[in-house]
Design a protein around this ligand. Structure first.
Ligand SMILES: CC(C)(COP(=O)(O)OP(=O)(O)OC[C@H]1O[C@@H](n2cnc3c(N)ncnc32)[C@H](O)[C@@H]1OP(=O)(O)O)[C@@H](O)C(=O)NCCC(=O)NCCS
Length: 128
């Protein structure tokens, strides 16, 4: 995404598959965050995924700084309950994914390194 002067405002890519696309990565320039540009990038990727025949989009974020509840418990023992009662800093990207309509659907222990879980979100992009 660029402005009228071709300055980059944001960037998003997807790992594509037949039925499901993964948003990876997505970023908005720091001085342009919280102005709705991330939402536009996500909606654009969802449009492209739908046009290509995919039925859902997923995205993962992580906790590499031990700042969320997902890194405070043993997910190998209790992954299920980590999804119902969680805590995260107010600026953690997981709040963006919830804000643009994605559901928290899973956690993957050690995805980003020892004790650093992946936190997964997904959204169905077609009618039931
Ligand atoms: C995450 C990121 C892409 C979001 O882009 P953005 O342009 O700031 O997000 P938007 O302004 O489009 O926000 C869309 C919705 O999410 C909500 N949201 C975004 N960040 C939020 C936060 N930290 N807390 C709560 N809600 C948040 C917004 O309130 C908005 O909802 P609303 O329209 O109902 O108000 C951007 O902050 C970023 O580039 N961060 C650094 C890179 C990064 O973390 N990428 C993701 C790695 S997993």
């Amino acid at each position: 995404m660029v402005d009228q002067d071709e300055q980059v405002l944001g960037w998003a890519a997807a790992i594509t598959d037949e039925t499901q696309w993964e948003i990876h990565p997505i970023a908005v320039s720091p001085k342009h965050q919280r102005q709705g540009l991330g939402r536009i990038l996500v909606e654009d990727l969802e449009y492209l995924a739908r046009e290509a025949g995919a039925v859902s989009v997923w995205v993962g974020t992580s906790d590499e700084t031990y700042s969320t509840s997902f890194s405070r418990i043993d997910l190998y023992q209790d992954a299920g309950s980590s999804l119902t009662h969680w805590e995260a800093p107010t600026d953690h990207p997981l709040r963006f994914y919830l804000g643009v309509g994605y559901s928290l659907v899973g956690v993957l222990p050690d995805e980003e390194g020892l004790g650093k879980p992946g936190i997964h979100f997904a959204k169905r992009i077609v009618e039931d």
